[in-house]
Design a binder for this molecule. Structure first.
Ligand code: F6R
Length: 265
């Protein structure tokens, strides 16, 4: 199997793996390393987690490591990036259910340390709930690591393309948001039809993501190639949300497979 290749793309650290399996293994190994280091240093590790198709293999590997005894979530607290709104936690399409299926039910993580934004919060209380989520993360000392995927429109979490100035976008807290047409089109995979897609969500804001001490951006497959190239080689702009990761480039590792890296040159 060809080896991974490190790539310097302007102001970003990029590691290109031969395939999605190798990329996922690298991401899982880095997460395990951050957990070990943070627990050794502070007695706990705080992880920001993503959902979607991309991290499924990462969660498989983390669960396998817990099963073989090389990793424990005993001292881990997690915060998920986003949740559809409104949605019931037991709805199989909720991100709470996704996390239960792919990770929470398979590892030794205490249920009261697993935070997912509450898709049942009443409309009038949504902004307060979002602010509360940021306070919890801040009170936990911020995120040791944030795992990210990238939407085909460049979104991170559900921070959709925006015409805000970069500084304002980068300072934004957790918030309710309307999903972008590309995000809704991609969600048909889960919801079955465009009409069935829940058009709103609660998402961790860019402020909290950029403040994470380590940020892993995992992107795999050919559909991500054009947006990965725009985010890494185009201007830093809120209209390509992932491009703002370059403002904290020293803390970000882009973990790609060859198909997702195809347009980087
Ligand atoms: C999910 C999330 C999203 C996804 C992105 C990529 O919690 O925050 O930003 O990471 O939409 O999704 P997939 O991996 O399904 O291509």
């Amino acid at each position: 199997m060809p080896a991974e290749r490190p790539l310097r793309v302007a102001d970003a650290t990029v590691i290109v793996h031969p395939d999605a399996d190798a990329a996922s293994r690298d991401a899982a190994d880095r997460i395990a390393r951050v957990v070990a280091e943070a627990v050794a240093a502070r007695g706990k590790a705080v992880l920001g987690l993503a959902t979607g198709a991309t991290p499924e293999k990462v969660y498989d590997r983390l669960a396998a490591r817990v099963a073989d005894g090389s990793l424990s979530f005993r001292d881990v607290t997690t915060y998920n990036l986003d949740e559809y709104y409104p949605i019931q936690p037991l709805d199989p399409l909720s991100y709470r259910s996704y996390m239960h299926r792919h990770l929470f039910s398979r590892v030794d993580l205490a249920p009261n340390r697993a935070h997912v934004l509450d898709g049942t919060v009443p409309e009038h209380a949504a902004a307060a709930h979002a602010a509360e989520f940021d306070r919890w993360i801040d009170a936990d000392g911020g995120l040791d690591l944030q795992l990210l995927g990238i939407g085909r429109n460049g979104h991170i979490g559900f921070n959709e393309p925006s015409d805000l100035p970069v500084a304002e976008f980068a300072a934004r807290g957790t918030l309710p948001i309307d999903l972008h047409p590309i995000t809704k089109a991609d969600a048909v995979r889960e919801f079955g039809s465009l009409e069935a897609v829940i058009p709103r969500a609660l998402t961790m804001g860019v402020r909290q993501i950029l403040a994470a001490r380590t940020i892993l951006m995992l992107a795999t497959g050919p559909k991500k190639a054009p947006i990965v190239a725009r985010a890494l080689k185009g201007p830093v702009t809120a209209s390509v949300p992932a491009s703002v990761l370059r403002t904290v480039a020293d803390r970000v590792v882009w973990i790609l497979d060859e198909p997702a890296a195809a347009e980087l040159g």
